[in-house]
Design a protein around this ligand. Structure first.
Ligand code: ZN
Ligand code: ZN
Length: 368
């Protein structure tokens, strides 16, 4: 099975008509990859109803022929800029209202493009391709399932070999190596490995704390597949004697996560699912210790549309894949976040990740 780039572009042409543009310049890297399969950078895609042209430079000629053999390619030489090449392509393609991705274009780039393009009006668009990417096709789901499997097998290695003198950084490298050994091309993002107070920082980097310093160890990690798809999971391991507070915090987070997952189905608003988890954490008295959104879409990038947070009015649709990751962070003490990957199905949802998540199962013996 392989992805149908053509079908994706046909869908995008429909979205372009709705956005009142008859051409679109796609400069977001992941968007270019999504629409063509090209994995390099510094390359833009121009699309209208009659043309689909990748604008690139000489470094990528061979790779383009290999990855997108059926695509028209315009290669600029070292004496010209991508803006000049773009202007040439746009003029030849005869589009009059050319959308550009405002969220992937700097003000300087826009200014320079505007000077070069005289045959068409530039129109700011936002999130046209990202919206398509919210709903995953069958092939993408296969990739995501593989990314989850690599991540889950990888953490198994870590879980069964925790030592008291192991540092956060050592665990991170072990985890990355383990995921690669199971087939991942690398981590989906820099893994967060935090012991005790470090775990209380939602986006901490792995540092020098040892496992033995505190009973709570938080790991937020994922794998990446060769096709570029990612997974995103978080588990907390209790490596020492748990306190009553740890147990309460852990069980509150888990209850919030499970209640939120239960509510996910097509037609339900993201904000309402966020509210279920947040309300539960607030009622337990930890409201001010849960400062981030409940979850996010992911795929070719680790954070993608859709956002599951207190302001997102988007409704879930069949085929969306999101994380559900409530957390409670007690500054200076410890933090607990539990994160799973959830596919929205026509009649509800399927939790794609299946690692143990009960409190008793989080208590992990350490070797020496
Ligand atoms: Zn995560
Ligand atoms: Zn996440």
């Amino acid at each position: 099975m392989s992805p149908s780039y053509q079908a994706r572009r046909t869908k995008l042409l429909r979205e372009m008509r709705k956005a009142n543009v008859d051409g679109l310049l796609i400069s977001g890297l992941a968007n270019v990859r999504y629409l063509t399969g090209f994995t390099g950078d510094s390359s833009w895609l121009f699309l209208n109803s009659a043309n689909c042209i990748l604008l690139s430079d000489t470094r990528y000629e061979t790779q383009l022929a290999d990855e997108c053999p059926n695509l028209d390619v315009e290669i600029r030489d070292s004496g010209s800029t991508i803006n000049e090449l773009t202007a040439k392509v746009v003029a030849k393609a005869k589009s009059k209202r050319v959308g550009f991705e405002a969220h992937h274009t700097t003000v300087a780039q826009h200014g320079s493009l505007g000077e070069k393009i005289t045959a068409a009006v530039l129109v700011a668009t936002s999130g046209l391709v990202e919206r398509l990417r919210e709903v995953k096709d069958k092939w993408e789901l296969e990739q995501i399932r593989a990314a989850i499997e690599y991540a889950q097998r990888g953490i198994g290695v870590v879980r069964s070999s925790l030592r008291s003198d192991q540092t956060e950084t050592e665990i991170r490298y072990l985890l990355e190596a383990a995921m690669r050994s199971f087939g991942a091309t690398g981590p989906g993002f820099e893994p967060i490995v935090g012991v005790g107070p470090t775990a209380a920082l939602p986006h901490a980097h792995a540092g020098t704390r040892c496992v033995a310093e505190h009973a709570v160890l938080l790991v937020d990690w994922g794998a990446s597949t060769e096709s570029g798809y990612r997974s995103d999971l978080t588990r907390v391991f209790i490596t020492g004697k748990p306190t009553k507070q740890m147990e309460l915090v852990y069980k509150t987070v888990l209850a919030a996560q499970q209640a939120a997952i239960k509510a996910i189905r097509p037609g339900v608003k993201c904000v309402d699912v966020d509210r279920i988890a947040r309300g539960l954490i607030e009622r337990a008295g930890f409201g001010k210790y849960f400062g981030h959104g409940l979850g996010h879409g992911f795929g070719l990038e680790i954070h993608e549309a859709v956002r599951v947070n207190p302001i997102s009015e988007r409704e879930f649709e069949t085929g969306m894949v999101v994380t559900v990751e409530p957390g409670i962070y007690l500054p200076g003490k410890f933090g607990v976040r539990i994160e799973d990957d959830v596919l929205v199905t026509s009649d509800g949802n399927e939790v794609l990740s299946n690692l143990e998540r009960e409190f008793d199962q989080a208590i992990v013996p350490i070797l020496a």
